[in-house]
Design a protein. Structure first.
Length: 71
């Protein structure tokens, strides 16, 4: 999850947006939030494992530094 420049975020007044556009905007926001929640759950589960193997290659063991995986 990267940091964002908050000055560039566009502020919208939902009461001034027509209903169809408002509904579409809310759907998009919900989907983005769902994706962020799923990503956070995935990262949390990865943090809790002792050994992590991807395609047969061990990329993490509890006693070794992380290798072969980058963000």
């Amino acid at each position: 999850m990267g940091a964002r420049n908050k000055k560039k975020l566009k502020k919208l007044n939902l009461l001034e947006i027509p209903n169809p556009e408002r509904n579409q905007l809310i759907k998009e926001i919900r989907e983005k939030l769902r994706q962020k929640i799923m990503e956070a759950k995935l990262w949390q589960s990865l943090l809790e494992v002792e050994d992590l193997t991807i395609n047969g290659d061990v990329v993490y063991k509890s006693n070794q530094p992380l290798k072969g995986l980058s963000l």
